[in-house]
Design a protein around this ligand. Structure first.
Ligand code: R5P
Length: 237
């Protein structure tokens, strides 16, 4: 169990995210190379890592998106890339849904491709999420990053797999969302996902697809940290 002191006015969900993020930061040791995931929950881990760096800890962070990179720079976390390190000690990342077996849906921030690369390179994959992310089964639309010229082909193949694909459009921009890698995102809804690992493999094998948001392949090296209002706990593993 790990508890943080919360500021007055913080929402219960933010306090839960902070508890998860701070718990994960305590798993990081001096000298480690640390994958820095994307999203609001990981930012709390970065916040705590920044405190530890100010207290003398040395780490190097590998960001998974421009968003993560910008936040890490604000916090003064030294950065490198997967060109510099192909083996990481630990990666800390968020999730949008977590099922009872520890399978995930990620990618609301459209960052799942770089997140997958960093997760693959890491010895330990630490997932941080508030309790609202736990679901009985994976049901959220699966984000699929695809090169623009292959989007229609990918959509057709996703439909053949039983999905309902929709190209994600920007909130602050007309037209498709453009990922950090210059691609599009298809959000694909499935009525059910009985075998997440098989669907992850099938989608990732579609020509032109870089990566989908189902993360089932890293479960064996995962630690899932669930943040609640009062504390954070490890789920299952
Ligand atoms: O692309 C985005 C990532 O997969 C995030 O880790 C995920 O969306 C969770 O973000 P948050 O911690 O803000 O809920």
């Amino acid at each position: 169990m790990y508890m943080t002191s919360s500021s007055v006015g913080e929402s219960d969900q933010n306090v839960s995210k902070k508890n998860a993020g701070y718990y994960a930061a305590e798993l990081v040791r001096d000298g480690m190379v640390v994958g820095l995931g994307t999203g609001s929950t990981v930012f709390y881990a970065m916040e705590r890592l920044a405190e530890k760096i100010r207290d003398g800890m040395n780490i190097v962070g590998i960001p998974t998106s421009y968003q993560a990179e910008c936040r890490a720079r604000e916090y003064g976390i030294p950065l490198a890339t997967l060109h510099d390190y192909t083996e990481l000690d630990i990666a800390i990342d968020g999730a949008d849904q977590i099922d009872p077996k520890g399978f995930l849906i990620k990618g609301r921030g459209a960052a799942q491709t770089q997140e997958r690369c960093v997760a693959a390179a890491s010895r330990l994959f630490v997932v941080v999420a508030d309790v609202s992310k736990q679901t009985p089964s994976l049901s959220a639309p699966v984000p699929v990053e695809v090169i623009p010229s292959a989007a229609s082909l990918a959509a057709k193949m996703l439909s053949a797999m039983g999905g309902t694909p929709v190209v994600r459009e920007g909130v602050k921009k007309d037209g498709p969302v453009i990922t950090d890698n210059g691609n599009w995102i298809i959000d694909c809804t499935f009525a059910e996902i009985p075998d997440p690992l098989a669907l992850e493999t099938d989608i990732n094998n579609i020509p032109g697809v870089l990566s989908c948001g189902i993360f089932a392949e890293f479960t064996e090296k995962s630690k899932i940290v669930i943040g609640k209002k009062e504390s954070a706990e490890i789920m299952l593993f």
